[in-house]
Structure formats: C-alpha cells, structure tokens
Design a protein. Structure first.
Lengths: 257, 258
C-alpha cells in the first residue's frame, strides 16, 4: 500500500510546492510592475513584439473562424439561419472565440519565445549579470513583459473580433446571399457592452497568464539547451491549460445565473 | 594577511538537496589585493562567489563587505552594496540583444541612470582600455570571438569603476596567447582602479600572473591559503597535487573504469 501511496503523496506535495513557488514569483513580479524604476523602452519593445507581430496570426485565425462559424451555423440551422446568424457570430466571437483562440495563438508564439529567451539568459548567466550591474531582473525582464501582455491582448482581441465579424459578413452576404442591410443592422443592434467587455477582460487575464508562464518557466530553467527546451514546452502547455481553465471561471463569473 | 580586509567570509555553508557544496568556507580578501582561489571542477568555487555576490542565498555563515554584514541584508540595501562590485563571468554573459557598447555601458545606464550619450563615451573609453576599437562597439556579441567577448566582459566589469572585481575562470577556453592578454589586462585594470580582486580559476599560469594571494578550495572548505608566490611550497599534499597536475595523490577524481 505504501509503495502505491508514496509516489502519489510525493507528486501531490511537489505540485503544492510548485504552486507556492509560482504564487511567490507572481507576487514579486506584480510588486515590481508597480514600483519604479520602469523601463518604457523595453515595455514598448515587448508591446510591439506581442501586439504588432502577433496581429497577422491572430487576424488570420479570426477571419477564418468567422467564415467557418457562419458556414457551420448555416448548414446546422438551415431554417432561420439568416436572422440568427449575426447574433450567433457576434456572441461567439466577442465572448469566446476571439479571446480564447487569440490567446492560444499568442501563447504558442509569444509564450514560447519569452520562455526561450529568458531561459537562455538564465543558463548563460545573463540574468546573474543583470544583478551584478545593479539591475533588478524582475523589473528589467519580467515587468515589461507582464505589462505588454495585459495591455496588448485586449487590443489584439478587439481587432480579432472586428476581423472575425468581417469574415462572417463576407461569407453570409457574398456566398450565402444574406441581405447585407439586415446583417449589419442585426450586428449593430445585438452588440452589447457586456459581451465585448467580458471578452476584453478575458483577453487581459489571458495576456497576464501567457506572460507570467513564459517568464516563470524561463526564469527558473536549469541546465543547458535541454533545460531551455523543457521550459519552453512547459510555458506553452501551462499557458494553454490555464487559458481554458480561466475561460470557464470567467464565463461563470460574467454569465452564470 | 594582516592588511585591512575588504571581504571577510566565515563559516559559509551551502547545500543543494543532499549535495553539500560549501562546508564552512573561511576566506579573507585584503583591500586592494588580488586573491585567486583554485580548485577542481565542481568544488564550489562558483557557488562561493555567487553567495558573496548575493546571487545565491547561503544556508549559514557570515559575509562582511567593508565590515558590513550582507547575509540577510534587505534587497534595496543589497543593491546599494552591489554597486561596489564588477564581475567578469566565465562565458562573459554578454546580453546578446544589445550592441557591444550598450553591454559595456549597461550598468551606467540601467543601474546608475547615466544618459546614453555620456555612457556610450565611457563605454568606448573602456573598450579602448581593453584593446578594442570604437568600431567594435557597434557589433553584437555573437559577431565576436571568444577572446573578444572576454575583453568586452572585462570592459563591462570595470565600466563603473568598481571597488571589488570578481573574475570567474577568466582564461578558460582561450588559447595561451589570448589567455596571457586577458591576464595582463586584468592586472592592468585592477591596478589602475586600485580595486580588490577575487578570481577563481584552475589555470595555474593565470594564478601566478594575477594573484597576490592564493587559496585552495576542496570538498567545500578552504584547505590552504597564503601568498601566491608560495603556492609551489605550500606543504599541503592536496595543493601540491593540484599545482603539479598529478593524477595520483590525495585528490581522487570520480572516474569509473571502462
């Protein structure tokens, strides 16, 4: 019996210890995000990296998601699809698909890059070098990435929402022959502040999660190239699982009755 | 070592899990002198200097810098003490996203708030002090040879004119000529600044070139210390074996037979 319980207990305790380390890291990172010195140049560079360079990927995902959503809904509903389509498209994209798919794309692209870059800095002693040069690594490496993640993901998702709806509009009007005026009117009438706001809040939380996972796993990577590879994989996997978990929790908070 | 002490370490201990790395290190570094610590790979040399720099938290012991205890010191105060230090890392640890001049000027811009133009001028001067022209300042670390990276690392270590400079394996991985160039640069720079130097190496030639004092670390303890010129007559069998590079002796390497 002990032979069976020992590894279970060890895994459980290791899991608790890892959560504790992550919590302490997060607290320290947040503290350094709001206390000077700040590094605006680095923050801007990270914002461009996360926001601008992710835009083509998130945009492509959004446009095809909108197009596929319309086609699937049309073939699924058959009757009444034209009147329901704009609402379904709007709600699906703004509440759910925009933030979640956008965040998953950014997690794969940016989260991996963050973990690899910071992990390489760790194993080549560049992070130690920062400390010896009177520069706090949390403020220099972590804080700009967290700020960029939290501010850029909502912007990306807002753009993705618009692109996704345009994709849906294109298929609805030009392929399925829906009335253009009715489609646009329905979209304008059905758009609620809560739908859009909840999606943007989700995006900000996902942005924080992606940056935090990338930084945490990179910062704590060990060994050489293998350690950096492991940190990168862990950062992306943890981000994706957390995004889906947090998505459910936030949906409960916003919409559960 | 009757001189005024810049660094005084007593009873320094550090273990990683069951692996005891430092087992009560006692070490004195006199002000304005150069101490070289020798020892085999994995004997705790790097862990020791990282503990002194505050990069690793020791389990026990005392570290005095200018008579001030730094173990357990609050982070902000520790950052102030860190301004006394410069460090040349084994692999140079240059920031590969920044050009060379910005690497050299990093501590001045980021740590001390100097404006970029002024810091760049200082960086060019420091690069010149280690024998590199201003054109090198515009290159990126990946474009430099190992020897040039070490020189840039040295320029970065002395850029803020620190009171204490640490050298981690300064000549490892370099050819003998470049190794000698680095040794001479270290002596010149340390003398010019009047700095206190602590180096760790297993290069005996480097020890003789840059050390006023020497110490040997073995199994987490300092087993011998004295004047660098006395290292050949230490009377300690561990030191003798290490200095002469003999396979047989009290130091046993964990080598498994084929």
């Amino acid at each position: 019996m002990i032979v069976v319980l020992q590894p279970v207990g060890r895994t459980f305790l290791n899991g608790l210890a890892a959560m504790g380390r992550l919590a302490l890291f997060s607290l320290a990172a947040i503290r350094h995000c709001v206390t000077p010195p700040f590094y605006p140049r680095l923050m801007l560079r990270q914002m461009i990296e996360i926001g601008y360079y992710s835009l083509p990927y998130v945009g492509m995902t959004a446009v095809f998601t909108g197009m596929v959503l319309v086609l699937q809904t049309y073939t699924g509903f058959r009757v009444g699809a034209e009147s329901a389509m704009p609402t379904i498209l709007l709600i699906s994209l703004t509440r759910e698909l925009g933030p979640v798919l956008g965040a998953l794309i950014v997690a794969g692209r940016v989260g991996a890059a963050m973990a690899a870059e910071i992990g390489t800095m760790r194993v080549t002693e560049q992070i130690d070098a920062l400390s010896t040069l009177s520069t706090n690594p949390y403020k220099y490496l972590i804080a700009p990435r967290l700020w960029a993640g939290v501010t850029m993901l909502p912007l990306l998702v807002a753009v993705a929402d618009v692109i996704g709806i345009l994709g849906g509009y294109f298929v609805s009007v030009h392929k399925l022959g829906f009335n253009e005026g009715n489609f646009l009117n329905n979209i304008a009438q059905d758009a609620t502040f809560k739908d859009i706001f909840s999606g943007l809040v989700k995006a900000a939380v996902f942005g924080y999660t992606i940056s935090m996972m990338g930084c945490y796993h990179g910062f704590n990577s060990k060994g050489g190239a293998q350690g950096v590879g492991k940190a990168t994989t862990n950062a992306v996997a943890a981000s994706m699982i957390l995004i889906l978990t947090l998505d459910y929790i936030l949906t409960e908070l916003f919409f559960a009755r | 070592m009757a001189d005024e002490l810049k660094i005084k370490v007593r009873g320094l201990k550090k273990r990683f899990g069951a692996n005891v790395v430092l087992d009560g290190i006692d070490l004195d570094v006199p002000k304005g002198k150069s101490l070289v610590v020798i020892g085999g790979s994995g004997t705790g040399k790097s862990v020791m200097i990282k503990c002194i720099l505050g990069l690793i938290q020791p389990d026990a012991g005392s570290i005095l810098i200018d008579g001030q205890e730094v173990v357990g010191m609050p982070a902000r105060e520790r950052e102030r003490v860190m301004r006394k230090f410069g460090m040349l890392f084994q692999g140079a640890a240059l920031f590969d996203s920044l050009p060379v001049w910005e690497n050299v000027a990093f501590g001045l811009i980021s740590g001390r708030g100097m404006n970029r133009a002024e810091a760049k001028a200082v960086a060019i001067r420091k690069l010149s002090a280690v024998g590199l022209g201003p054109e090198v300042g515009e290159l990126y670390p990946a474009e430099l040879s190992g020897g040039m990276q070490k020189r840039v690392g040295l320029a970065r270590a002395i850029a803020a004119e620190p009171e204490i400079i640490f050298f981690d394996e300064p000549t490892t991985g370099l050819d003998p000529i470049m190794g000698q160039v680095i040794n001479e640069l270290i002596v010149t720079c340390v003398d010019a600044l009047g700095a206190t130097a602590l180096s760790i190496t297993h290069d005996m030639h480097s020890l003789r070139e840059i050390g006023d004092y020497a110490a040997m670390i073995y199994e987490g303890k300092i087993i011998w210390s004295g004047l660098a010129k006395d290292i050949d007559n230490s009377g300690n069998p561990h030191v003798e074996q290490f200095v002469q590079g003999k396979a047989d002796g009290p130091i046993r390497m964990p080598v498994r037979s084929l």
